[in-house]
Design a protein around this ligand. Structure first.
Ligand code: FES
Length: 203
């Protein structure tokens, strides 16, 4: 066999061997990724995974609290506002709103629009109403009733609340849309705390 033919054969052999090595290593990477997943996770994706994880953990905590506790702290009475509601999560794991009325008593309302379930806004207009922006329903925050002409026809339900002083003693309480029991004016103290009270009818 000529030298040049031998050289060609050697080159072909080396090229084939190199091809096989490349193929083998590509397969190894594919198999590794199949078994262990993509080794280098994109930073943004990682951050999003962590965010979802902590969101789920937070939701789990809220849910557990609502399953096991008959009262949920909303905040200090003095932190509630008449013109801007404070959102919180009710016992149905739905959004709700807390305001203060003219006698310094809390108003707790479901924020789930009774039309198709959007969350109503927290800003109170000059007629004492909040707006559901989805199909424009206005609700009076004192009565919960929708304004005439709103697509929503049912009121936002009132939620039960209890107010405790710094010693944990009950100073006022209201079940749903019922009457206030206890003090009728809570304007004298910064140290009152407002709790959402489990409605025994809702469980
Ligand atoms: S969902 Fe609120 S107006 Fe339609």
């Amino acid at each position: 066999m000529h030298d040049s033919t031998k050289g060609n054969d050697r080159r072909h052999f080396l090229a084939s061997a190199a091809g096989l090595v490349l193929l083998a290593s590509a397969s190894a990477v594919t198999i590794f990724r199949f078994i262990f997943g993509k080794p280098r996770v994109d930073g943004q994706l990682q951050a999003e995974r962590l965010r979802l994880l902590s969101q789920n953990t937070e939701l789990g905590k809220l849910e557990l609290q609502r399953q096991t506790q008959d009262e949920i702290l909303i905040g200090r009475l003095s932190d509630l506002d008449a013109a801007k509601g404070k959102y919180f999560t009710d016992y149905q794991m739905q959004q709700a709103l807390a305001f203060i009325d003219k006698d310094n008593l809390p108003i707790l309302l479901s924020a789930k629009c009774t039309h198709l379930g959007c969350t109503v806004g927290s800003q109170v207009d000059d007629q004492g109403r909040v707006l559901c922006p989805c199909h424009i329903s206005y609700f009076d925050i004192v009565t919960g009733q929708p304004s005439q002409g709103s697509p929503a026809k049912k009121p936002l339900p009132h939620l039960s609340w209890i107010v405790r002083d710094q010693n944990g003693d009950v100073v006022a309480k209201k079940i749903g849309a019922g009457q206030v029991e206890g003090l009728r004016d809570l304007s004298n103290s910064d140290n009152f705390s407002v709790f959402l009270l489990r409605d025994t009818k809702e469980g």
